[in-house]
Design a protein. Sequence first.
Length: 560
Amino acid sequence: MEANKRSLNFIEILIEEDLKSKAYAQESLRFRFPPEPNGYLHIGHASSICLNFGLGHKYNAPVNLRFDDTNPIKEEQEYVDAIKDDVKWLGFSWDKECYASDYFEQLYQWAEALIQKGLAYVDSQPSEAIAAQKGTPTEAGTDSPYRERSTDENLKLFREMKAGEHPEGSLVLRAKIDMNSSNMLMRDPIIYRIMHKPHHRTEDKWCIYPMYDWAHGQSDYIEQITHSLCTLEFVMHRELYDWFLDQLMKDGDLRPKQREFARRNFSHTVVSKRKLLQLVENKVVDGWDDPRMPTISGMRRRGYPPQAIQNFAETIGIAKRENLVDLSLLEFHVREELNRTANRVMAVLDPLKLVITNYPEGQEEWLEAENNPEDESAGYRKVPFSRELFIEQEDFKEEAPRKFFRLKLGGEVRLKNGYIIQATDCVKDVDGNVTEVHATYDPKSKSGSGTEESLRKVKGTLHWVSVAHAYQAQTKLYDRLFSHESPDTQKDKDFMSFVNPQSLQVVTAFCEPSLKEAKPGQTFQFQRLGYFTVDSKSTKEPIFNRTSQLRDTWAKLTED
C-alpha cells in the first residue's frame, strides 16, 4: 500500500475478507443508507452517509437510499424531502430510492408464513403484561398464555388485525423464539402492532405496521444488500436479524451481513432526534435548520461546505468503541476549506469613526483589493476610500502596551489595500469613551503603488469601511448552542439547562458596498473577523450568518 494512503478500517477489512473468501462477488456488493424519516439528519448521520456512500465509491458498488418508514405517528414527507436534499448536498447520489413501505405486502405475507410454520402467534395481552413477562437479563422470561394458540386461530386473528377489526393496542403479532434466551430481544419479540393511523405514503391502506427489527433485515434481503452497517446499539439485534433471515431465505439467495460500528458523540451538542425536536418545539431555536443545530440542514444554512463535512468524517473515521469528538475538529475543517475558497471582503461589526484630517473633504477614490490570495483566478475588486472611515473599536487604544500593533496615538498602521496612517488625536464623550479618532495619512504609501514609501513596513494592518459608502447589513453571530461539553449525559440536570444564552447575537455590520449584491449561500471572509455566509432565508436584503471565526476561541471563552 502506498505510504500516502490510509490503512483500511475494520469494515473495509471485513469486506476485503468477504471478497477473498468469495462470500460475495465484487459485482454483487451493494450498500445502503437507511434513515427513518422521523426528523432531520444530523452530523452523526453525515458520518454514516459518508461511510456507506464512500464504500460504494471505493468498491464501485451501488448504494441504495432506503427510508425505513414503519412508524406513521412520527414520520412525515417533509423529513423524506429534507433527507434527500441533505444527501445530495453532501455530494452523493444513490442507485435506488427505496422505502420499507414498498415491501409492506411482502412483509405481511412472510409474517403469515411464520405463523404457518408455528414460529409466530397473536398475543392478546396488554403491553404492560408482555413487558413484565420478558424477565430480566438474569432471569428467564415467562411464556404468554397465548403462545400455543393454533395456527388457524393465529391466522384468523392476524387477518382480522389487517382488516381493521380490532382496536389499537388490543393485539400484537409476536415471533415465537425463546423466552429463556440470554438475549432479551430473542424473547418472542413483537413484529406487528395495530395502529389506526394514516401513513405518509400508503395513506389508509394499512392499519397494522411492522416493527423496525422485522422490516429492516427483510428490506436488506429484498434489496440484496451485502453489508448492512449500523451503530453499536444494534449489536444485540444482530442475532434477531439473522434468525429472521434463517426462516425466510431461499437456498442460493444472497444473504445480507449486519455489522456494527461505534456511533460518534459530539461535544457541546445533542444528536438525539427527540431532544432536537424538543429544542424546535420549545422555540430554543427557530427550526430544524437553525444554524446552531447539528443538523445537516442547519450546517448548510450556516455556511459549512459539504467538502469540509466529508473531510471531517474521513478524519474521525469509524471505530468499535464510542468516544466524544470535539466539534472544534469540524470547525477546523470548515476553516481550512473556506480559507481556500472564500473571497475576502471588509466589514466592521463594532464601528469607531476614523477621520483622516489631511485627506481632502469630498474626495473619494476606488482602491484595488485582492479577492482571494489562495486563488489567483478570483481576481480583484474595487473598494471606495474617503476621508471618514469606520474601524473596529478594539483596533484603537489611546494608551496601549508595547506589543499592541494596532492603532494608538502617535502610532502607525496600514489600512488594508490603502495607505499608512498615524493617529494624532481622539474625541471622547462625557463618560470618557472614545467616539472618534483623528489621523493623518501618507499619500505616497498607497498599497501597490510601487513607490519606495509604499513599501515601508509597519507592524499593524487594519480593515476598514468608508462611512459614506458603507452598506448596513444584519449579521448573526453564532456560538455553541450548549455551554457544557456533554449536555445530555448529566444525570442531575436536564440538558436544556445548559443552553448557551450567548449562542446568538444579532449585530448590524457596516460593509463595503459590494456585499449588497451578495446572494443566498455565498460565503465570504470578513477580514480579521471570520467567515460569513448569506442566509438561505434572506429575502430582500442579505443577512449574514457567521459560519466560523478565523480560529478556535471556544476554549478561551469557556475558561473565562
